[in-house]
Unconditional design. Structure first.
Length: 170
């Protein structure tokens, strides 16, 4: 059982929302407490979008906001997951060294391990094979009663010249 409390911010599409719900489930299963109050937590997870410019800007602004809270002592760890982490894995830690862990789109199931490593002083960077199907993970629904997002595909194999989805989500 962990004595750490974490929060989740999910940005972008419904696929990210489903992955965020799965991460919340996995965190609770690992003994972490999950809170919707994002001030004074041990860690916050920002599940990011990296598809279009406005989404990237929103993700970076959100990460920087939490890094500022961390520098003020109002937060201990900032974990970045999702499409921005997948697409810009080599740049993010260089540009924002306050980030404590990065997980790509195919590594969300490793969130509890990443948090544990971050609390042990490491800076894990976990990336799976986005072209491989992952096992279905239960989730903690964040939608109102009576409805939930249903993820019917992970990525896309059209490889349109203007689109990065196949390189991010497989």
């Amino acid at each position: 059982m962990h004595d750490k409390t974490v929060g989740m911010v999910s940005l972008g599409c419904a696929k990210n929302q489903v992955n965020s719900e799965q991460m919340i489930y996995l965190l609770k299963e690992a003994g972490f407490a999950v809170s919707s109050d994002l001030d004074g937590l041990d860690a916050v997870i920002v599940n990011t979008c990296g598809f279009i410019e406005s989404a990237k800007a929103e993700a970076i602004d959100t990460i920087l906001e939490f890094c500022a809270m961390k520098s003020e002592g109002r937060l201990k760890k900032v974990i970045v997951t999702g499409c921005l982490a997948e697409r810009y894995k080599s740049e993010l830690l260089t540009e924002i060294p306050e980030i404590d862990a990065l997980l790509g789109t195919a590594s969300y199931q490793n969130i509890a391990d990443a948090l544990t490593l971050a609390f042990d002083g490491e800076t894990p960077q976990l990336y799976g094979q986005s072209s491989e199907l992952s096992d279905e993970v239960p989730r903690e629904l964040s939608t109102p009663d009576g409805w939930a997002y249903l993820k019917i595909a992970e990525g896309c194999d059209n490889n349109c010249a203007y689109c990065v989805i196949p390189s991010i989500r497989g």
